[in-house]
Each structure stands twice: as structure tokens, then as C-alpha cells.
Design a protein around this ligand. Structure first.
Ligand SMILES: [Zn+2]
Length: 202
């Protein structure tokens, strides 16, 4: 019995040491798991930031004609519904028409380039803008012939020439032969189809 007395503390000490050792090993294991978790989380974080990159695409639309690709014509209906206002969607994607005088018209007093409100392609210059009295923005010519596509439109019981954005296929308006000199053309465009870029002088 007498030798058990000093034995107890030593046994307890051994137990404590073993416990400390287990605790330390446990802590070390927990630390290793924490490091692995951190690595996994940072990997996930970088993956999710890559996945979010397509959301930055609308910024590219201001790059204009430098990105003449067919990608814009393959955009989904869901994309357009997300990136356009309801009125822009109605005009560009459903061939709708703005009510006349529905948007303030500067009649060319503000200098700049009018871009497609869907994809950002340059369409018209303020230099050819004129007051047609129709209530819709009117231009004598597109900024470049190949930026606007013409299409025969037999809707509404008449034959007209519809105008589409060359890059995204969005509906812009119609062209008529009753414009002023020098072109004699009146490109009658919905304001909802246009974004004025006043920083870019024509
Ligand atoms: Zn467009």
C-alpha cells in the first residue's frame, strides 16, 4: 500500500502526459483539417469567382464594332429578359414600337454616337439626326451601312423595310424614302433601341 501512494501520482502524471499527447496530436490533426478546409474553401472561392465572370459581359457591349461576332445572336431569351428593361425587350426582341414622343428627343443637339441598347454596336451618329416631326428619333443614314440590316416587313397590312441591329438582330425601326437631302432616307428608330454615347464624338 505504501508504494502505491507515490505510484498514483506517477500514474496520474503518465495519464496526464498521455492525455496531453493525445490532445496535442488531436490539435495537430484539427490544424491539418483546418488547413485542408481553407484550401478547399479558397479553391471554391476562386471557382465561384470564375463562374461569375459572364455577368460582366454587358460591360463589353460598349466596345462597339471591335467585337463583331455572331455570339450576340445566340443569346437566350432569359439573357435578354435579364439585361433589358421591359420596354427595351418589347421593342428589340418582340418588334414592338415606342409610343411617339415617349422619350425626350434632342434632335441632334447633343453630339455623340447612338449605340444599340442591346449589344452596344454603333448604329447612328448625331451628325445625321434630324427633326422629322414623327415623334421618333430620325436619322439620314446609319453610321456604317453594314451595322444595320434591312428586312422586308409585311406586317400591319403594309410593306415596309424593317431595320435590325446587325450584331444582335434586335429590332430598331423602319426606313422610309421621304427623308431630307442628301440621302433622302428617313431611318425612323425607336428610342428604346438606342443608347446615346455622348462621350464618343462622331
Ligand atoms: Zn445590337
Amino acid at each position: 500500500m505504501t508504494d502505491q501512494a507515490p505510484g498514483r501520482p506517477s500514474a496520474a502524471r503518465a495519464e496526464a502526459v498521455r492525455g496531453w499527447g493525445q490532445g496535442w496530436r488531436g490539435a495537430r490533426r484539427a490544424g491539418r483539417i483546418a488547413v485542408i478546409l481553407c484550401l478547399l474553401m479558397s479553391a471554391c472561392a476562386s471557382q465561384s469567382s470564375q463562374a461569375e465572370e459572364p455577368l460582366t459581359q454587358p460591360i463589353q457591349k460598349t466596345q462597339g464594332s471591335t467585337a463583331m461576332t455572331d455570339d450576340w445572336k445566340t443569346k437566350s431569351d432569359a439573357y435578354w429578359r435579364e439585361h433589358l428593361t421591359p420596354q427595351q425587350y418589347h421593342v428589340l426582341r418582340e418588334k414592338g414600337t415606342d409610343r411617339p414622343f415617349s422619350a425626350p428627343d434632342d434632335h441632334g443637339t447633343v453630339k455623340g454616337v447612338y449605340r444599340c441598347s442591346g449589344c452596344g454596336l454603333e448604329l447612328f451618329s448625331s451628325q445625321t439626326k434630324f427633326d422629322s416631326g414623327s415623334g421618333w428619333p430620325s436619322f439620314g443614314a446609319p453610321i456604317a451601312p453594314d451595322h444595320v440590316t434591312e428586312h422586308v416587313d409585311n406586317s400591319s397590312f403594309m410593306t415596309r423595310t424593317e431595320l435590325l441591329c446587325q450584331r444582335c438582330g434586335g429590332h430598331l425601326g423602319h426606313v422610309f424614302n421621304d427623308g431630307p437631302a442628301p440621302t433622302g432616307q428617313r431611318y425612323c428608330i425607336n428610342a428604346s433601341s438606342l443608347d446615346l454615347d455622348s462621350k464618343e464624338a462622331p
